[in-house]
Design a protein around this ligand. Structure first.
Ligand SMILES: [Zn+2]
Ligand SMILES: [Zn+2]
Length: 301
């Protein structure tokens, strides 16, 4: 079964960004211009507890209305981003920080969905989220496997949430993956993680439909052209890369890492004796940049 259709375009997007409307240093106009200049097709502005109609900025780039909400359960934080919400039909109280923090995480997710958008779990490694916490969340379309600003020199080294992705995968929760900048300072954390969404057009409706249907992948640079999974193997077609790493819940497999300079076709053969609950692929290019396929279950014969 292939993930992507033939002859349908991909659109490059940045889903998690801050501006001067909360704690970012650039205005929404400056952020839209920055990402437009380097070739992004769309961005989703996610200021803390704030949203707005940014359609007037959509000139050469589509600017979606997003938001970031946060809760503080014991021992961890939970940050959620809303993608493509309708700024004129925001759920009652959703932007009331004090009230929403008194509600459950699920109430916050539901408010994002009621506002016409999608909800994703932000930077779970930075937040110290556990599999138990995430397992209790319904309605997420994705989680951030990579969050640029959660690393040096802005934060400790918690950019990468792979470990939690795999703990969840072993338990049968296969959440799709996004890579984001979470840019605040625009001092090098921007343009480091993005999504490629396959949809008929670069409009809010078309992109949200595609994201709901899992038609996207996360990247820092490498292109994923196709992902093909069947009962026997996972095949990933890419731009020229140098390595593929296949993650599963099996403890050891000598064929987990494939090195091939300039390789564009990467294959992982299923070994039924390993009884794997999921498989996913991380592609590395010669510059050390990565791209990620979504975790998948092996198809039954
Ligand atoms: Zn956050
Ligand atoms: Zn953020």
């Amino acid at each position: 079964m292939i993930q992507f259709a033939a002859n349908v375009p991909f659109w490059k997007g940045s889903l998690h960004l801050h501006t001067t409307c909360s704690d970012g240093v650039l205005t929404p106009e400056e952020v839209a211009e920055l990402y437009r200049r380097v070739g992004y097709d769309f961005i989703n502005i996610t200021d803390h507890w704030k949203t707005s109609d940014y359609s007037s900025l959509s000139d050469g780039i589509l600017v979606l209305s997003g938001v970031e909400l946060d809760n503080k359960p014991p021992y961890e934080h939970v940050h959620l981003i809303g993608v493509g919400i309708d700024p004129y039909n925001v759920a009652p109280d959703m932007l009331d920080r004090k009230f929403m923090r008194s509600q459950s995480v699920q109430d916050n997710i539901d408010a994002l969905l009621k506002s016409g958008g999608l909800a994703a779990l932000a930077h779970p490694a930075w937040s110290l989220n556990t599999a138990e916490t995430v397992s209790g969340m319904n309605g997420l379309f994705a989680l951030e496997i990579f969050n640029s600003v959660s690393g040096l020199p802005w934060n400790a080294m918690r950019q990468d949430s792979s470990y939690l992705v795999d703990v969840l995968g072993a338990r049968g929760r296969r959440l799709p993956l996004i890579a984001v900048d979470d840019a605040h300072f625009y001092k090098g954390e921007e343009c480091k993680g993005f999504v490629m969404v396959q949809s008929e057009s670069c409009t809010r409706e078309s992109l949200l439909d595609a994201m709901r249907g899992g038609k996207f992948y996360a990247s820092q640079g490498p292109i994923i052209a196709q992902v093909d999974i069947d009962p026997e193997c996972l095949i990933v077609m890419t731009s020229p890369a140098s390595r593929a790493v296949f993650y599963t819940d099996a403890a050891y497999n000598s064929e987990r890492v494939v090195q091939q300079d300039g390789g564009t076709r990467w294959v992982y053969a299923r070994k039924p004796a390993l009884d794997e609950q999921f498989v996913r692929c991380e592609i590395h290019d010669a510059q050390g940049r990565r791209a990620w396929t979504n975790p998948a279950a092996w198809l039954e014969e």
